[in-house]
Design a protein around this ligand. Structure first.
Ligand code: ATP
Length: 377
């Protein structure tokens, strides 16, 4: 029995950064096809032409961001004539913040604070791009976070029209989205669609064997030998397949090891994995809720509270009426917020047969957990 044998400063991690959400893996497997298609679309920029626009589409945790980071890393190591900028749309949910992020990446400093609008940022940016003779390659990563309020349309509209206002400016746009059921073109006006013309690259979910291989790589790189046995790895793989998100699997492995470590054991037990599943799911839910505005968080929390009392789903009209006392809002706003929750994977909506526009609204996480996470400050 391996109980309490770790000294307080002993650790099971060879390198704990391997389990960070932002970690770029040394071994990036199973995405060669997607990487070479991305590279093909960017290739014209190496000859001074405009890169082809792209949409990278696939469920969460299928390696879209990692692929872009890999390609951008190679570009940065090869040429200064292409400036790649990764914009995290989770963290930048207004038009101004998106352009501020681009400005910061190009100038390596913040824009002047007072009185600067998007127009003046783009003017300065385009002046700089002309002076350097460089192509701007922007990735709007996790663009589903800016589907609301017509924001994607505004941002794309501005980016795509830069060359009209500033002749000679060349830009390429990569949009990554994790909703597989919403066509991006449906969110855009015909005028934006006609200029955008993206090539779509699909990232399918990883199969069980692929998930096992990826997690095994992480475990080998991040932990000392025998901390995770093949049987324990199997149970982490099973949980990962259940929630079909690799990111959850990485978080689950991390949490299970931390649990074993704090109990002073040298290997992870089946009980560590079981006990860590909820923590890993909570962590995932928290990371999404953190990106919501306060009014949206209040509405989601109110749905959690309501569903605790009424059951795990409601019809849209009933839900709207039931929410009014705590979170008064008009019907349009109600549907806009529901749409955002759906885009973020917080709810699912179903149309019951023969009920017109009515939808059944189902939470994707337990109602009690949703309520607690939304009310935590
Ligand atoms: N093929 C792979 N090999 C190794 N690690 C991978 C692979 N694919 C994804 N990962 C890891 O899984 C996690 C999620 O990957 P990534 O952020 O690239 O997914 P995504 O498709 O952009 O997800 P989302 O749509 O939720 O933003 C990261 O920690 C990443 O390192």
């Amino acid at each position: 029995m391996q109980q309490n044998i770790l000294m307080s400063d002993e650790t099971l991690f060879r390198d704990c950064s391997i389990f960070d959400g932002e970690h770029t893996p040394e071994q990036f497997r199973f995405r060669d096809t997607q990487l070479s298609r991305i590279a093909e679309n960017i290739r014209p920029a190496f000859h001074g032409a405009r890169p082809l626009n792209m949409i990278l589409r696939g469920p969460p945790g299928t390696g879209k961001t990692t692929s872009v980071k890999q390609v951008f890393g190679e570009i940065e190591g090869t040429t200064r004539k292409i400036i790649p900028v990764l914009v995290n749309c989770r963290r930048n949910q207004t038009e101004y913040r998106v352009f501020r992020r681009i400005y910061e990446a190009v100038f390596h400093q913040k824009p002047p604070v007072s009185g600067v609008c998007v127009q003046s940022l783009t003017e300065t940016l385009c002046g700089e791009l002309s002076a350097r003779g460089a192509v701007l390659l922007i990735c709007l990563d996790d663009a589903n976070f800016i589907f609301h309020d017509n924001l994607l349309e505004k941002v794309l509209g501005t980016l795509l029209r830069l060359y009209e206002e500033y002749p000679g400016i060349r830009t390429g746009i990569i949009v990554t989205v994790s909703n597989i059921d919403i066509p991006v073109a449906g969110l855009l006006s015909p005028s934006v669609v006609s200029v955008f013309q993206p090539n779509e690259i699909y990232f399918p979910p990883y199969g069980e064997g692929e998930v096992r291989a990826i997690l095994r790589d992480r475990v080998r790189a991040g932990l000392y030998p025998d901390v995770v046995s093949p049987e324990i790895l199997d149970s982490i793989v099973t949980e990962t397949m259940r929630c079909s998100d690799l990111r959850m699997g990485i978080a689950l492995a991390n949490r299970s090891v931390l649990r074993a470590e704090s109990a002073g054991r040298r290997s992870v037990s089946a009980a560590d994995v079981v006990a860590s599943v909820q923590e890993a799911e909570n962590q995932h839910l928290k990371s999404i809720v953190r990106t919501l505005r306060e009014d949206e968080r209040n509405m989601l929390g109110a749905i959690g509270t309501l569903y605790q009392q009424t059951g795990e789903e409601m019809i849209s009209g009933d839900l709207y009426r039931a929410l009014q006392p705590q979170v008064p809002m008009c019907y349009t706003l109600f549907f806009e917020r529901l749409e955002k929750f759906r885009n973020l994977g917080l709810i699912k909506t179903y149309r019951p047969p023969k009920r017109g526009n009515t939808r059944r609204i189902v939470l994707q996480y337990g109602s009690g957990r949703v309520r607690d996470v939304c009310s935590a400050r």
